[in-house]
Ligand binder design. Sequence first.
Ligand SMILES: NC(=O)c1ccc[n+]([C@@H]2O[C@H](COP(=O)([O-])OP(=O)(O)OC[C@H]3O[C@@H](n4cnc5c(N)ncnc54)[C@H](O)[C@@H]3O)[C@@H](O)[C@H]2O)c1
Length: 356
Amino acid sequence: MKPLNVAVIGTGWCGGIRAIAAANHPIVANLHIAETNPERLAEIIALTNPASAVANWEQLIARNDIDTVIVSATPETTHYPMAKAALAAGKHVLLEKPMALRLDEADDLIDIAEANGLKFTIGYSQRFSAKQALAKRSIVDGTLGEPSAILVSRHIGRGLGEKIGNRIKLSPAVMEATHDIDFAMWCLEPRRPVRVYSQNSYGIRRDTVGLPDSQITVITMDDGVVVTINAGMSLPNHYQNASTTWIEVIGTAGSIFADDSHRDIVVNTVAEGIQFPLSTMPGEAVGDMYAGPMERETTHFLEAVSYDRPVMVEPRLARMTMELYTAADLSAELNEVIKLPLSPDQAGMALAAAVQ
Ligand SMILES: NC(=O)c1ccc[n+]([C@@H]2O[C@H](COP(=O)([O-])OP(=O)(O)OC[C@H]3O[C@@H](n4cnc5c(N)ncnc54)[C@H](O)[C@@H]3O)[C@@H](O)[C@H]2O)c1
């Protein structure tokens, strides 16, 4: 076991969860924070008692004693330059999705990590949910026989949809379906995707953020398995940052229907009416407990670095997920089926569509 000196860059919602998880973990010798919002920086200092806390993230990258970096800043334009600087400086990196805004940037990050022998992983927190893990295991151990179809419907509240849409113009495929593409590709390894068709639907978000409300994507794998994902960002706000997910996995010998809608615990108050707490995607602290996947995802990464174990989310699979949502945006823009792998020209067109 190697004690780690960990930096978290951007300690808003997710970075805050990760910083607290790191601060509580015994293999973290020292925690360092970079956060540009002074009020949030003060909150996180109080919560995590870091060894250092700065506004300028480059100061932490320049320090030789820091070996591990978590990049959780927004907007998403920060992800590639921050991760690249950290990897180039020889640090292990956990980077929130999306891993980059261009496929060649993703390739660059993977190349630097591999050349420097570093752990590099992407924050696909849903893999650390028991329901998704059970679906994966049931395919791998043969419980379901040969899989034929996976369907995922994921929706977040319009408040969170606006928070995201106001900071960057990325599609529901890039920002939401990405979790479910990752889940399906993880379940279906080593199959490869060969075709993508995607359509956008518009409702309230056209006027508020100029983006689709939902994006429905159909992916065909090389053996004919079909993956369908509906990713939406405009549910009424029934709980802060709530998300709801329904999963179906159909195989020749069995099926899984997983309700990840978080409606299994209800709080009803005179002041607020019916609430579905514990329904955020990364989860949240409940007293001494953490309910949800992001704390475990964070400690898994820290343990992978400290004990030199493999990371769960391999960057090459995250790159495949990126190629898929890039193809989905291209398909929605052109109203055409897109064949994979993308040609360099198609990748360029799709990325232009993604950032509008
Ligand atoms: N895996 C999941 O379940 C999940 C859920 C939500 C968001 N995300 C991803 O995590 C990322 C963070 O999302 P969030 O909701 O926590 O965002 P957020 O806006 O709440 O937090 C981002 C923080 O970064 C800080 N920041 C901005 N520029 C900075 C800089 N140059 N240096 C240091 N700090 C800087 C901001 O002040 C803010 O506190 C997003 O890219 C998103 O895609 C993942």
